[in-house]
Ligand binder design. Structure first.
Ligand code: NAD
Length: 417
C-alpha cells in the first residue's frame, strides 16, 4: 500500500503536482505555484481575566494573489500549525478559481483552545491578532472571514479593530460580519447552501433522488448543522450527525430541527433522544447514500476508506480525504465532490459581501441565493464536464480548471521586475 500523506500542506502540494503534471505546466510555473507567496508568524501577549499575561502564536499565509486580493478564513484551534494554514491558503486559491471569483488564496489561524477562554479573553485575543496581522490585511489586499471556531462576533471585533486604526469604518476588510455592520444576507448559510446545490446536482447525475437518499453528516458547527438542515429540506433523510463529543444515529431518520434545538440547549448532540451513540470513526463507515464530512482534515484515510459505504461524498470540510483514501474511493467507484468545489459557497457569498461593502449597496437575500445557485451549479457543471472529458474524477477535474486559471493569470502578469 502507498504511504498515506497526513501533513495537510504535503497533501495540498501532492494534489497540485498531479494537476500540474497533467496540464504540462513548466517547471518554473510549478515552482511558483507550489509555494505560498507570504507567510506571517505572530507571537503576541493577551491579558487573561485573572491578570496573568499569556503568549499566543498566530499565522496569516497568502498563497497566490494573481487573480485578485487574498481571501480566506481565520481558524482558532489547538491543532493549528503553519503547514495546516499553508494548505488551507493554497486550497483557497484553487477554490476561488474554480468558482471564478476574483480573489487569490489566504488563510489565518491562532493556536488556542477557544472553549477555555472567557468572552472577554476571546475579544482581547481577536483584537490583538487582528492588530498583528494588520500589516497584511485590508479591503484591497487580504480579506479574512470565519472558519473553525470563529464567528460573526469575532469578525465584528476584528473589523472594529482595523477601523479604529484607520479612524473610519472599513467594513470591506473582513467578511462573515453581522448584518448590522455590513454583513451580507445569506452569508451564515452560504457554505451549506452551496453544499445543498452541489449535492442536488450530483444526486441527479447519478440517478439518485433526494427523497430516496440517506445522509450522514460529520461535524455540527456552522457548515455541518446548516448542511444537515438544508439537505433535510431538499428531501433527504438525515440518519446520523456528529460533533466533537461523538455521533448520534437513527437509521429511520433524525429530526434535524430538533437536533439543532437540542445541541443549542445542551452544548452538544450527546444523548439526543431516539438515537444511538456512535463514535466519529464509526459514523464515517455507516451505510448511507451521501456522506458529508463537515468537521476537519484527514477524516477519510487509507485506513478507513475501504470501509466507507456511501455512494457520494460531499466534502464540506477542507481536506477531509487523504490522497491515499482518494485513490481507494475512486477505485471503489465512490464519487467524491471535492472541497474546493463543494464548500465554495462560503467564499462566493463572502465575495458578494465584499462587493456590497465597497459599493455601500446591499442586496436582498433572494438575490444572494439566486446568484450563489447560478455560480455553484455552473462551477459543478464545468468541473464534471472537465472530468468526463479528461476521463478523471471530480477532484482532478476541479484542479485542472482551477490550476489552469491561476497559471494563466500568473503567466500573463509575468515575473516582476
Ligand atoms: P465550526 O467550528 O462551526 O464547526 C466545527 C464542527 O466540527 C463542530 O461541530 C465540532 O464539534 C466538530 N468537530 C471538531 N473536531 C471534531 C472531531 N475530531 N470529530 C468530529 N467532529 C469534530 O466550523 P465550520 O465553520 O463549520 O467549519 C467546518 C469545516 O468546514 C472546516 O474544515 C472549515 O475549514 C470548512 N469550511 C468552512 C466554511 C465556513 O464558511 N465556515 C467555508 C468553507 C469550508
Amino acid at each position: 500500500m502507498a504511504i498515506d500523506i497526513l501533513n495537510p500542506y504535503e497533501m495540498a502540494v501532492a494534489q497540485f503536482d498531479e494537476a500540474a503534471e497533467r496540464l504540462g505546466l513548466s517547471q518554473a510555473m510549478r515552482a511558483i505555484l507550489r509555494k505560498p507567496k507570504r507567510e506571517l508568524i505572530v507571537n503576541f501577549p493577551v491579558r487573561m481575566d485573572n491578570g496573568d499575561v499569556e503568549m499566543f502564536t498566530g499565522y496569516r499565509v497568502q498563497h497566490n494573489i494573481n487573480r485578485g486580493p487574498a481571501k480566506g478564513g481565520i481558524r482558532f484551534s489547538p491543532e493549528v500549525s503553519l503547514d495546516e494554514v499553508r494548505a488551507l491558503a493554497m486550497w483557497m486559491t484553487w477554490k476561488c478559481a474554480v468558482v471564478g471569483i476574483p480573489f487569490g488564496g489566504a488563510k489565518g489561524g491562532v493556536l488556542c483552545d477557544p472553549h477555555t477562554l472567557s468572552r472577554a479573553e476571546l475579544e482581547r485575543l481577536s483584537r490583538r491578532y487582528a492588530t498583528e496581522i494588520s500589516i497584511l490585511i485590508g479591503p484591497n489586499s487580504d480579506i479574512p472571514a470565519p472558519d473553525m471556531n470563529t464567528n460573526p462576533q469575532i469578525m465584528a471585533w476584528m473589523m472594529d479593530t482595523f477601523s479604529m486604526h484607520q479612524g473610519y469604518s472599513v467594513p470591506a476588510v473582513i467578511t462573515g460580519k453581522p448584518l448590522a455592520i455590513g454583513g451580507s444576507e445569506g452569508r451564515l448559510e452560504a457554505t451549506a447552501r452551496g453544499i445543498q446545490y452541489v449535492t442536488r446536482e450530483a444526486l441527479h447525475d447519478h440517478g439518485m433522488k433526494p427523497e430516496d437518499s440517506t445522509v450522514v453528516v460529520q461535524g455540527f458547527g456552522n457548515v455541518g448543522s446548516i448542511s444537515a438542515r438544508l439537505l433535510h429540506e431538499l428531501g433527504c433523510t438525515v440518519i446520523a450527525l456528529s460533533d466533537i463529543s461523538g455521533g448520534v444515529y437513527n437509521p429511520d431518520g433524525i429530526d434535524v430541527h430538533h437536533a439543532l434545538r437540542y445541541s443549542k440547549e445542551h452544548g452538544s448532540l450527546k444523548g439526543l433522544p431516539n438515537t444511538e451513540h456512535v463514535t466519529n470513526a464509526e459514523l464515517l463507515t455507516l451505510p448511507c447514500d451521501v456522506l458529508v464530512p463537515a468537521a476537519l482534515e484527514n477524516q477519510l484515510t487509507g485506513r478507513n476508506a475501504t470501509q466507507v459505504k456511501a455512494r457520494l461524498i460531499i466534502e464540506a470540510a477542507n481536506g477531509p480525504t487523504t490522497p491515499e483514501a482518494d485513490r481507494i474511493l475512486n477505485n471503489r467507484g465512490i464519487v467524491v465532490v471535492p472541497d474546493i468545489l463543494a464548500n465554495a459557497g462560503g467564499v462566493t457569498v463572502s465575495y458578494f459581501e465584499w462587493v456590497q461593502d465597497l459599493q455601500r449597496f446591499f442586496w436582498a437575500e433572494h438575490e444572494i441565493n439566486d446568484r450563489l445557485e447560478t455560480i455553484m451549479t455552473r462551477a459543478y457543471r464545468s468541473v464534471r464536464e472537465k472530468a468526463l472529458q479528461q476521463e478523471t474524477n471530480l477532484r482532478m477535474g476541479a484542479y485542472l480548471l482551477a490550476v489552469a486559471r491561476v497559471a494563466e493569470a500568473t503567466e500573463i502578469r509575468g515575473v516582476y521586475p
